[in-house]
Design a protein around this ligand. Sequence first.
Ligand code: 1GP
Length: 242
Amino acid sequence: MKRQSIYNSLNKSKPGVLALFDPDRIPVNNIKKLTEFVCEQGVAGILVGSSLLVSPHFDKFVATVKKNTDKPVILFPGGSHQVSSYADAIFFLSLLSGRNSEFLVGEQVKAVFLIKEYDLEVIPVGYILVESGNYTAVEYMSNTKPIPRSKPEIAVAHALTGEYFGMKYIYLEAGSGADKSVPENMIKKIKQTISIPLVVGGGIRAEKDAQEIIEAGADFIVLGSIIEKSQEQFKKIMRSIK
Ligand code: 1GP
């Protein structure tokens, strides 16, 4: 890895919150206000990405986020088309829980030359999809099955595989708008086994959930939909975990 400045500075904020901005759900004219808002509330960084990406303004979106914050702006791509030179870094995701080679390695191969050209800091992430009680966009778009909630040992095996592959984070994902966030016992068991930082996201909407997930061992939680739905509730969550 050429450099790890974003990775190292992020890890100084553990445990912390990463805000997720989905360009398909946030209008361009709201970006400045929303970026300032989440930064005032103390997020460690801002992820930008979407399972699909319908918006034709991806570059402009990332550039506007970057212009309005000193926090790290990190791409969280749903595919090789979500690479922007305006970001600081990219979560170089491999969907380890699936057996669809496109999302294990194919999309990544399509993206690497652009990532190199843009000189983005690359943060390899083992991405693990967990059953959430509803059919999520990431499940549909990746054409993969999530790990059953009742099988934490399968999730542990995938997380350890990611660590042994040399990945820098494990991201446990219930999917945006998940009915149920990732179960605590799964988080605990993974945390007891791996030694790289753990990111948990999907369906976190209540203070209690956020607290329990952090207590279970998440180094970062990712909050997306709640920022769009209720800024008051987002504030409450941020206050509750300080
Ligand atoms: C999705 O984990 C993120 O990739 C965030 O999910 O939108 O449910 O907060 P939410």
